[in-house]
Design a protein. Sequence first.
Length: 302
Amino acid sequence: MRIGINASDQLVQPDLGSIVETAVAAEADGFASMWLAQTALVDAQAALGLAGRSTSSIELGTAVVPTWPRHPHAMAASALTAQAASGGRFVLGIGLSHRPVVEDRYRMTWERPIRHMADYLDVLLPLLTTGAADHEGDVFSYVGEGARPTTDPPAVMLAALGEQMLRLAGRRTEGTILWCVGPRTIEQQIKPIIDEAAAEAGRATPRIVCSLPVWVTDDPQPARDFVGAILANYAELPSYRAMLDIEGVHGVEDISLIGSHDQVVEGLGAIATAGATDFTAVVMGGNPDETAATRAALRAAA
């Protein structure tokens, strides 16, 4: 299992220089990848493109960019730019987001999410691979072509948790990017469905990218309480709630890797055994020593 860094915590107070520095440091420490969410008023693909100019080997991916507010043509343009800027190391992770976000923040209508994503891929994938698309769909359409900054298309992955989305991810993309998912859910829900769909479509075994908070500490209960408080809203979103129920836990704090060095490494081993191909850590710590210890545990596992 490849070990990477999820730097989305930096979006609380976003700074492009810090994001680039995090990528440089992650590469120097030997991590396989760095991932960034699209949550703040920072374009994740542009930021990772900048990081690509200052690094040479680390994979850079979005985890994830919501599809609802961005037409697939615009998504393709940003992704190809980031791919060109990084020299072919970019992964485009996209997802539906959630009904409350789409309706309450974007003031858009949440309907037919699977049809939405299928249409999206019908436009996005050919634009990435050939520079042209000819699709008139129920939700998204595009007919046209354009010059690309690179002819090397980025990998595309979906944030897929439920059966229908997992099957779509397995049939048409390189895999899935997870959040609020532990080893039991990967083994029982995620891997069997996405692998079967990929096999039926004649595709390679998909990647499964698991991401969770990681915190090495000698005093785990306050750390769990803190993670539970700042991430409490995830336990209330239906798609994540369903995954936590499979895991048999209340919130993200219960599946986060929090404890001693050995406990964290053991937890990473359980996730790998369950079937994850990649793990991306939200590195946490109550002080600089704990943060350093957390990174050391991740490096040891890598």
